[in-house]
Design a protein around this ligand. Structure first.
Ligand code: OSB
Ligand code: MG
Length: 377
């Protein structure tokens, strides 16, 4: 269901865009590469009544998806922001429609919609959680663990996160770093909730190898094949006991409905950035719930802005598996919000303040900013 009560329209006066470079506490390695710095775009919506914040979760290179920072920056400043500023007054629920002529670029769209929604809800004094229909005040926190030097180093890293209290472990895999890595973690920690993420690194020809993962009692395998391999995912799912979960393939509510109809996924990872915003994410939640498909909230190494919004989303009733909503300290020594998310008994609190419920630390924001541009009406 769309939010019971829509947000009030805002009178936009402009947006400002920043590219941030935020150092990671340790390098993060996936099947598509290693990062030691998070490059991210932060959006501020300016309105006649106040401001709102959003995050564009692109990375510097188009390796996870076709979107990347410079492409998003260009489409935001040249196309999307001018289209939004054309309307004298705009509700967050209308942002996706205004931006719909522009094909793709969902992460860019999500950042704008989130900023407008934050601005509107701050004026109303309503939280993201209330707006979206959250039913929990805290959410279980899972952690995504990158590929390490060797399986022993992976076991060490996982042990550290378990000591911190994380409720679920996800390890990244790729060809050559799959069965042995998973076996090492499962042997060291027999009872933990464990899942793997391949980030599209395999093909259907690897089905037999991937079936070897069946012996590890995994919660799921995430995105083994390419983004547009829905039919192959369905074939693979038929050959595995481990549930197949889709991440990259789920770019919209339509893609989610198609994946479910094809039996390409029995679990779905919802990332608001990847699908164009929290309203599309809500639509996916609702259709999965109706189809009895469990969902969980994915992450894109969000700053305190996106992390707050993700916690609110993950508090919806259909989110029955722990999300990649770790404490800010999992990735960052210093965040851009004054009260970064912390781990409490394996959970992260859902913010209760108006809008996203977090305040920006202007000094930190400034320190990480490497590019700035205002687009005004
Ligand atoms: O596939 O889920 C993914 C990070 C960047 C890009 C893709 C993914 C990830 C993660 C990290 O796994 C999730 C997080 O933010 O904790
Ligand atoms: Mg993933």
């Amino acid at each position: 269901m769309p939010p019971a009560r829509p947000s009030a329209p805002v009178r936009l006066t402009g947006f400002d865009l920043r590219v941030l470079h935020m150092p990671l506490v340790s390098p993060f390695t996936t099947s598509f590469g290693t990062e030691d710095m998070r490059e991210v775009i932060i959006v501020r919506a300016r309105t006649a009544d106040g401001e709102g914040w959003g995050e564009v979760v692109t990375q510097s290179a188009p390796l996870y998806s076709s979107e990347y920072t410079e492409g998003a920056w260009d489409v935001l400043r040249r196309w999307m922001i001018p289209a939004l500023l054309d309307a004298p007054s705009l509700a967050a629920e209308d942002v996706a429609g205004v931006l719909s002529p522009f094909v793709g670029h969902r992460m860019a769209k999500a950042g704008l919609e989130t900023a407008v929604l934050d601005a509107a809800l701050r004026v109303e004094g309503r939280s993201f959680a209330q707006y979206l229909g959250a039913v929990r005040d805290r959410v279980p926190s899972g952690v995504s663990v990158g590929i390490q030097r060797d399986p022993a180093a992976l076991v060490d890293a996982v042990g550290g996160y378990l000591d911190e209290g994380y409720a679920r472990i996800k390890i990244k895999i790729k060809p050559g770093r799959d069965i042995d890595d998973t076996a090492a973690v499962r042997e060291a920690f027999e009872q933990i909730a464990l899942q793997v993420d391949a980030n599209s690194a395999y093909t259907l020809a690897d089905a037999e190898l991937l079936a070897e993962l069946d012996r590890f009692q995994l919660l799921l395998i995430e995105q083994p094949l390419q983004e547009d391999d829905l039919v192959d995912h369905a074939t693979l799912a038929g050959r595995l006991r481990t549930p197949v979960c889709l991440d990259e393939s789920i770019v919209s509510a339509k893609a989610a409905a198609d994946a479910i109809a094809l039996r390409a996924a029995s679990i779905i990872n919802i990332k608001a950035g990847r699908v164009g915003g929290y309203l599309e994410a809500l639509a996916i939640h609702d259709l999965c719930r109706a189809a009895d498909i469990p969902v969980w909230c994915g992450g894109m190494l969000e700053t305190g802005i996106g992390r707050a919004a993700n916690a609110a989303l993950a508090a919806l009733p259909g989110f029955t598996l722990p999300g990649d909503i770790s404490a800010s300290s999992r990735f960052y020594a210093r965040d851009i919000v004054t009260e970064p998310a912390v781990l409490e008994d394996g959970h992260v609190r859902v913010p209760v303040g108006a809008g996203l419920g977090v305040e920006i630390d202007p000094v930190a924001l400034d320190d990480f900013t490497v590019a700035y541009e205002e687009v005004l009406r």
